[in-house]
Ligand binder design. Structure first.
Ligand code: SF4
Length: 195
């Protein structure tokens, strides 16, 4: 197994599915072996592809509000690892961004995850991360999030924080009333523990 720094360099220069990426490869991920929280998201969108900064968009603003953490904490890889299911922007289709490239997770995820031994809380965002991190939960995202206590306190399924999900949030008030307060407490607990 390559050392962490070597592995990260390999990921950052990956061109495995370059032919399928309309905007070319630009892997966007952030992690360090000390991280205690893992955010398993979907794939970068157009803006993140341009900036190279994960969740540097309205979805990220909402996610930070959900977790009640500052940008400084959010972008500190020794505390929080951000590892989407596809590292490069897959382009946009008729109904929004395309799914994460299927080559990415099998190529890189298992090895990267072996370096994240300190993770105590994994936030699973969206259906692709759900299928990977909670494969026993054969449920749609809504059902999986509704059943959040099943994998508490180590793994928490979340809807995507995108503004496109505003209607979902309105239809499911229990998410903000019950899940979020518990999640904020858990995040504070995990980040507050000595490293
Ligand atoms: S999406 Fe993943 S597999 Fe494809 S080029 Fe980017 S890093 Fe490599």
């Amino acid at each position: 197994m390559p050392a962490f720094a070597t592995l990260l360099r390999q990921v950052r220069t990956c061109t495995l599915c370059a032919a399928e990426l309309p905007h070319g490869p630009r892997p966007v991920l952030k992690l360090h072996p000390s991280a205690r929280i893992l955010i398993a998201g979907q794939a970068p969108g157009r803006k993140v592809h341009q900036t190279g900064v994960p969740f540097d968009d309205p979805s990220g603003d909402r996610l930070r509000t959900w977790l009640d953490i500052t940008s400084e904490t959010f972008y500190d890889p020794t505390q929080i690892a951000i590892l989407p299911m596809g590292f490069c922007y897959p382009g946009t289709g008729k109904s929004g961004d395309l799914p994460p490239r299927p080559e990415c997770a099998p190529a890189w995820r298992p090895e990267l995850l072996t370096h994240l031994k300190q993770v105590q809380l994994t936030l699973v965002i969206g259906q692709y991360a759900l299928a990977y991190h909670l494969p026993n939960r054969q449920a749609a995202v809504t059902e999986a999030v509704q059943d959040w206590k099943a994998s508490w306190p180590h793994t928490v399924p979340l809807p995507h924080p995108s503004p496109r999900n505003n209607r979902w949030l309105k239809r499911h008030p229990w998410f903000e009333e019950q899940l979020l307060p518990a999640l904020r407490g858990r995040v504070a607990e995990v980040l507050g523990q000595p490293g």
